[in-house]
Design a binder for this molecule. Structure first.
Ligand SMILES: Cc1ncc(COP(=O)(O)O)c(C=O)c1O
Length: 484
């Protein structure tokens, strides 16, 4: 006999699983299962139960057994039966389980544990996600999608997206792209992982090292080392990464690539000096290596023309990597690589063995979002908003903390505030106690980098929603050390 039951009938409106296992025969089991369902709230007050006939048929038991169980539960006050409206969960069914204290989990902290204000870098203002325009693009994309789009896709990504990306990247970022060399991936992280594995493979000379900026994201360095490669830090100064050092650092000829953020060094915020751009490309050419260009926020530049992509200088030696994480939302997990010809097959071969593809429906929506001009419109709007915030930050510092130097403000969603030596940790801690999340520069420093660490704050003015920004700034200026 079937011992459990689930229905999605119109009377119920939702599935309910009844487990008829346990001691005491079918009637006792049904009584227990219905009481449990009411007590736990799975059957809410007022819910209409199926007729005894249809429940009996679904469960494969005698109709009388169900009718008896209903009658008993009515007598106990769990259910109510009224002529014409069937059997329902009673208004005042016997004690439901109390909700109990909120359960502590190992997941994200509960709101009360979170800082009131968050100026630490990582995310754009996610409250500004263009929901209406995205929904409209999704509707158009789904309407037009061929049936095969709902099947497994190819590891390089939807052709519709690769085609519009090639146009967009050429127009907006000066990338020399053709759709055949674009591979869509689930975020920059996935792209970096695939590239590291491809560059460390035997036919690329085996393992080796990747040069990284001495200030950057530790989890990007981890992706590289997990792929079996070493990292070698490039010093970062006011002109960006010291790419002129690459030939000397690469004396063993084992540096497979240099991972750079040329448009807006992360986190110090400086653009890579033109001489250093040329030095990076010249080294990659003569060493037969690559530059991995992380263009994470290249769309956000405020005071002058965007710095074009380095990839435009040499598409055979520069891998361009872009992402929707800053321009739209990290939740999309959509990014794209424009690969030199030689890397397309090795990267796709690796992608086939694992992560395979990003969701096709989101790729189609992004393709439509780009093609319709909604992406450009969104970026223009966000550029204005972020620029206003940046101006507000600079004005608040000039007014309330003129002794603090701010840099890296020409682009992106964050700025760097320089601090007196030895003060960074205590300022970050004190801010945290006051409910303000801040990141110090030292968090981003490669521990193997030579030279003295700099004290500073990486202030992400993009992250808070509009309504919280002024208060977040106020909290920031209060957390800064007083001037002499
Ligand atoms: C330096 C840097 N690179 C890349 C990314 C994008 O990462 P992902 O596409 O994996 O979200 C970020 C975060 O937005 C970043 O700060």
């Amino acid at each position: 006999m079937e011992n459990s039951w689930a229905t999605s009938g119109a009377a119920f409106g939702r599935d309910l699983h009844l487990d008829l296992t346990g001691p005491g025969g079918v009637r006792a089991a049904l009584l227990r299962a219905l009481r449990d369902a009411v007590r736990s709230g799975r059957l809410a007050t007022g819910t209409r139960l199926p007729s005894s006939r249809s429940l009996a048929a679904d469960l494969g038991i005698a109709r009388n057994t169900v009718a008896d169980a209903y009658a008993e539960l009515v007598a106990e006050g769990w259910l109510s039966a009224r002529q014409g409206s069937g059997t329902r969960v009673a208004e005042r069914a016997p004690a439901r389980d109390a909700p109990g204290p909120a359960r502590r989990t190992t997941g994200p902290a509960r709101p009360a544990d979170r800082p009131h204000f968050d100026l630490s870098p990582g995310s754009p203002d996610v409250s500004s996600f263009p929901r209406t325009a995205w929904l409209a693009a999704a509707r158009r994309a789904l309407t037009a999608a061929p049936s095969e789009a709902f099947d497994y896709g190819t590891p390089n990504g939807r052709p519709e997206l690769r085609t519009v990306l090639a146009d967009y990247l050429a127009r907006a970022r000066g990338v020399r792209a053709d759709p055949e060399r674009i591979v869509v991936c689930a975020g920059f992280m996935q792209g970096l992982g695939l590239l590291s594995r491809a560059l460390g493979a035997a036919d690329s000379g085996g393992a080796g090292r990747i040069a990284v900026e001495s200030y950057g994201l530790h989890f990007h360095r981890d992706v590289i080392t997990r792929a079996g490669l070493g990292t070698v830090p490039l010093l970062v100064d006011e002109h960006g990464a010291g790419t002129q050092e690459l030939p000397a650092l690469d004396d063993a000829g084992d540096i497979r690539a240099a991972l750079l953020t040329p448009a807006h060094q992360f986190p110090t915020g400086v653009p890579l000096h033109p001489d250093r751009r040329a030095a990076a490309v010249n080294w990659a050419r003569s060493a037969g290596s690559y530059v991995l260009e992380d263009d994470y926020d290249g769309e956000f530049r405020y005071d002058r023309q965007p710095v074009g992509a380095l990839q435009g200088l040499d598409p055979d030696h520069v891998v361009y990597l872009g992402t929707a994480s800053k321009s739209l939302a990290p939740a999309l997990r959509l990014a794209w690589m424009v690969l030199p010809d030689r890397l397309v097959d090795p990267v796709l071969a690796l992608k086939r063995t694992g992560e395979w593809q990003s969701g096709s429906l989101e790729q189609l929506t992004l393709a439509e979002f780009l093609a319709s001009g909604a992406y450009d419109r969104h970026l223009r709007g966000m550029r204005l908003r972020y620029r206003r915030r940046r101006d507000q930050l600079v004005a608040a510092l000039a007014d309330r903390a003129p002794h603090i130097r701010v840099s890296g403000i020409a682009a992106g969603l964050h700025a760097v505030l320089e601090l007196p030596p030895g003060t960074e940790q205590s300022i970050v801690q004190a801010a945290r106690w006051q409910g303000l999340a801040l990141a110090g520069l030292s968090f981003f420093r490669d521990p193997s980098a030579p030279g003295a660490p700099r004290d500073g704050l990486v202030v992400a003015y993009g992250t808070p929603p509009d309504h919280a920004f002024t208060s977040a700034l106020e909290a920031l200026v209060r957390a800064l050390p007083p001037g002499e």
